[in-house]
Ligand binder design. Structure first.
Ligand SMILES: Cc1ncc(COP(=O)(O)O)c(C=O)c1O
Length: 398
């Protein structure tokens, strides 16, 4: 019998999608379900984005486009970078892909040989490990538990780097924790990284979602000499409420950007014209939607934290970005709901979904089995209701 390639034995579906699918099925069956499971923004982009898409459709060339990305999109990204404090990049440093996920896959494909070591702080966004596994890279997981606010420390990084280390994956603000590194924390990590030769994938896709007036700190800003090894990864998915449009972008050393163009030329060829026009409009047009949403998410974060902090024994480092909270719920382990024992995070999420109709993602999907991820982008009334159900659930545990 014919077999799939060996690498497919290492590929698995996204654990987040599995929970989201279960919640969807229950909802379709008529259950009153509130989903805190999937990390999609709850808003659509501004009208100018749709106008640009309609205009592109009206003037469609019907032709193949640039493997790197259209000049207009690249230039809009350059302006976006400049506004964020990243000077000195040119078109030759940029490339695009079908969302940050595709870009991450291609970057790891281009930078890692089989068996190369890649450092991944835990909790991590699930696809980092899944992609590394598919590519046969060796993942070295660096535990960053709630006690250290889910953040990688400079000492930890220094101790983890060996001559075999090829790449660090750094995500700030973080999915699943919502943590944001301070300038001092980023500078300390940058000071370690300048001493060692390794690539750094900086997954910055939540960079416009930062609360409490915090500045957006970055490895490249802390130590500009890292620019020849750090790859900035951005996306229109979360900032502009456009996850389905599928546009990811990178700013990188020229050679790395070119590797992505080469992969695109053998793979997707180009982003579609209409999508390109919409993404360009999102990046270069009025920024009031993302600005308003940032305020809204910051208010929601406050609501989430107020409820979580009122649950005895539960600990949640305060998120300051993105739209996730990642409470340590291990106080529930060993307790019963009715006759059902909650032994771990997966039991917790299953029983919570069954009895209260609230879907969260078990922390083990992100490498931290003591926690669950709450994504708070649902409708406002659902947020309040869902949080109350979680609180009630804890109160019923014995
Ligand atoms: C940290 C992180 N990186 C990358 C992605 C992928 O984003 P995109 O929709 O651009 O593929 C996500 C999506 O959830 C994410 O949370």
């Amino acid at each position: 019998m014919l077999q799939l390639a060996e690498r497919m034995s290492r590929a698995k579906p996204s654990a987040i999608m599995v929970v989201a699918e279960k919640a969807k099925k229950l909802k379709a069956a008529g259950r009153d379900i509130i989903s805190f499971s999937i990390g999609v923004p709850n808003f659509l982009p501004g009208e100018h984005v749709y106008a640009a898409a309609r205009d592109a459709l009206a003037h469609d060339s019907g032709q193949y486009g640039s493997n790197r990305g259209s000049d207009a999109l690249l230039d809009a990204f350059l302006v976006h970078l400049k506004e964020g404090g990243f000077d000195g990049y040119e078109r030759k440093n940029l490339a695009t892909g079908v969302g940050a996920k595709h870009v991450l896959f291609n970057l790891m494909y281009a930078l890692l040989n089989e068996g190369d070591e890649i450092l991944i702080p835990v909790p991590y966004w699930t696809s980092y490990v899944d992609i590394a596994d598919i590519l046969g890279a060796k993942t070295v997981l660096l535990p960053c538990p709630a006690e250290q606010n889910y953040k990688l420390t400079a000492a930890q990084l220094e101790a983890a780097i060996t001559p075999k280390t090829k790449l660090l994956l750094f995500n700030n603000p973080s999915n699943p924790t919502g943590m944001v590194y301070s300038e001092a924390e980023v500078a300390a990590l940058a000071d370690v990284l300048v001493k060692h030769q390794l690539w750094i994938l900086s997954d910055d896709i939540y960079n416009r979602m930062i609360f409490d007036g915090l500045q957006y700190a970055h490895l490249v800003k802390a130590r500009p000499e890292l620019r020849d090894r750090v790859i900035l990864i951005d996306s229109i998915s979360k900032t502009y409420g456009m996850p389905g449009w599928r546009v990811g972008l990178i700013a990188a050393p020229e050679q790395v950007a070119l590797s992505q163009v080469t992969l695109n030329s053998n793979h997707i060829t180009n982003l579609p014209e209409v999508v390109t026009a919409a993404a360009t409009a999102a990046l270069s047009g009025p920024q009031d939607v993302p600005r308003e949403k940032n305020k809204d998410f910051s208010r929601r974060r406050d609501e989430v934290m107020a409820v979580l902090e009122s649950i005895p024994g539960l600990h949640c480092p305060k998120p300051q970005g993105a739209f996730y909270a990642f409470p340590d719920i291990s106080v529930a382990f060993g307790k019963h709901h009715g006759t059902t024992v909650i032994a771990n995070d997966v039991d917790f999420c299953n029983v919570l979904l069954d009895v209260k109709g609230v879907a969260c993602v078990p922390g083990s999907a992100f490498g931290e089995p003591k926690a669950i991820r709450i994504s708070y982008t649902c409708k406002p009334a659902e947020l309040t209701d869902g949080l109350n159900r979680i609180k009630q659930f804890f109160a019923e545990l014995v």
